[in-house]
Design a protein around this ligand. Sequence first.
Ligand SMILES: Nc1ncnc2c1ncn2[C@@H]1O[C@H](COP(=O)(O)OP(=O)(O)OP(=O)(O)O)[C@@H](O)[C@H]1O
Ligand SMILES: [Mg+2]
Length: 368
Amino acid sequence: MTDSQENGAGEIVRLEAINKRFGDTEALKSLTMTIREGEFVTFLGPSGCGKSTTLRILGGFETPTSGRVIVNGEDVTRLPPNRRKVNMVFQDYALFPHMTVRRNISFGLELKGLSKRDIAQRCNELMEFLELSVLADRLPDQLSGGQRQRVALARALAPDPALLLLDEPLGALDAKLRGQVQAELKSIQRRTSKTFFFVTHDQDEALTMSDRIVVMNHGVVEQDGTPEELYFHPTSRFVAEFVGETNLIEGRVDAVSGSDVTLDWKGLKLAGRPPVSGGLQPGKQVAASIRLEGMKLSLDKPEDQPNAVAVRIAGRTFKGSRTELDLRAENAPDFAMRAYVDTSLANGLGEAPVWASWSQEAMAVLRD
Ligand SMILES: Nc1ncnc2c1ncn2[C@@H]1O[C@H](COP(=O)(O)OP(=O)(O)OP(=O)(O)O)[C@@H](O)[C@H]1O
Ligand SMILES: [Mg+2]
């Protein structure tokens, strides 16, 4: 079989049913995923869910208990790191402490036997690009966390790897620098058309940077999709709550047909969209996610929305141009919902009941 037959189109990485045990800990449970060439894929999940372990297995620093790692159609499961066209930026950078910035970046190129001139040129380009030129002769312990991070990135990019693995490379940066480096990273990735596999536990970062996000929880993939798919069509409760903020309501499936679901929620009929995975049956108890900004507030009952609930405003949190409202439904006063509305609108709403409404599109029914 040729590579192209064995590979999906443009597929650069395939992880097949990877299991990894550390003693009693099952760090990865039958993890299967693919990465296509040129993609910026983000691995998102809480601490301890198995992100670094996956990267280390892909980079060759760890061997899976079972399963296969395929890179460019070749089974590399048992190959050492230096025999894979994969480079890694570690969570703790792992710079060479006794080498200058310049030498840290050029070291991998020296091992590859490039000419001195080519090495110097590549090194200068990268240092300029990542604003490291003035730091060229410093040692790692004379750098700030953010500067060390950029050196680690330059070092990993230097040998022009087919796939770059980035394990929380922006963790140590303050908010402003982090935003800048995010934009830089994304632009490096676009300009070089390199495949990036980026790890973070920061959902905002994942939404901003990725072509595709793989959400992990307890060693398994929860959902795999574009940022928009994950945000607007989460399929599980975990994804709905982990990616962005949301309202979760629990109801009974009243009817399902194609892309329409009707839920019975505390005596009200609500219209939503079913999960992409399907599998909803009438009568089942399910949860549904409605994003805070998907809820509209109005004094009169809106005629054009399928979902409208009479609510009272129980609290207000000023957030600048918008205000977060804490709402209690008249038909379920113990149940709290939240909405983001323009502050000017929020100021016009009083103590009397108002209407919270949302579109069918805004309500994603989750798989049970
Ligand atoms: N060498 C090891 N020995 C024993 N257990 C390990 C080892 N490496 C990882 N683990 C365990 O495997 C699980 C996954 O760890 P991993 O480092 O992959 O998590 P992570 O998603 O990268 O978390 P974080 O966001 O905190 O970096 C954890 O329960 C961790 O304690
Ligand atoms: Mg980690």
